[in-house]
Design a binder for this molecule. Structure first.
Ligand SMILES: Cc1cc2nc3c(=O)[nH]c(=O)nc-3n(C[C@H](O)[C@H](O)[C@H](O)COP(=O)(O)O)c2cc1C
Length: 174
């Protein structure tokens, strides 16, 4: 099996990170680049990426995220890097799908680099809040942009678990 397929098959959502050990700039840039190389509707390359490594900002966004999810103390699981993917319906109607294509590329890239990663929801609520809107304003991001998803990154705390067995009977041929 080639390396790409190995990484696709070994990727596993990580929900425990070494919070005080940041990923390297090189690792971050490689993951971002993988996201930028994802396919996009009409080739518009609509997603933009906000990299957040400031503990206080991550904490504030996690508070909003967790207030909706209510499944634990931290929706980002202590990951030291949180990347928000945003896109605008004014660019292209595929804006959400564009972000998700980039998310998947980034998760596979993270796996290939030995990083822990996860795709995390509820970004839209965070950036519809006054706190989130203020962040977008500070970054000069147009109001039409919608926060679609997060990719969280870091070094895994503990052993990697094996990927879940895939359900069968999902492929049809005609
Ligand atoms: C669209 C999408 C949204 C997700 N949102 C969350 C989330 O908010 N929190 C979380 O812990 N995992 C989230 N996940 C991760 C899934 O729970 C995970 O992919 C699933 O349990 C299968 O595990 P695996 O990724 O290890 O194969 C999300 C995954 C996808 C594709």
């Amino acid at each position: 099996m080639n390396e790409t397929l190995k990484n696709i098959k070994s990727r596993k959502t990580c929900r425990r990170y070494i919070s005080d050990k940041q990923i390297t700039e090189e690792e971050l840039n490689l993951v971002l680049e993988a996201g930028m190389y994802a396919p996009s509707g009409f080739g518009k390359q609509s997603p933009i990426f906000i990299v957040i490594q400031d503990k206080e900002i991550i904490k504030e966004l996690s508070k909003i995220n967790t207030s909706i999810w209510k499944k634990g103390p931290d929706g980002f699981f202590g990951a030291p890097t949180v990347i928000v993917l945003l896109s605008s319906p004014e660019i292209i109607h595929t804006y959400q799908k564009d972000c998700m294509a980039a998310v998947e590329n980034m998760l596979i890239a993270a796996e290939s680099l030995g990083l822990g990663s996860a795709c995390i929801s509820r970004a839209q609520y965070e950036f519809e809040s006054e706190y989130g809107k203020e962040l977008l304003k500070k970054l000069g991001i147009d109001e039409s942009y919608v926060a679609v998803e997060h990719v969280i990154l870091g070094y895994r705390d503990g052993e990697k678990v094996l990927p879940t067995k895939r359900n069968e009977n999902r492929i049809f041929r005609i």
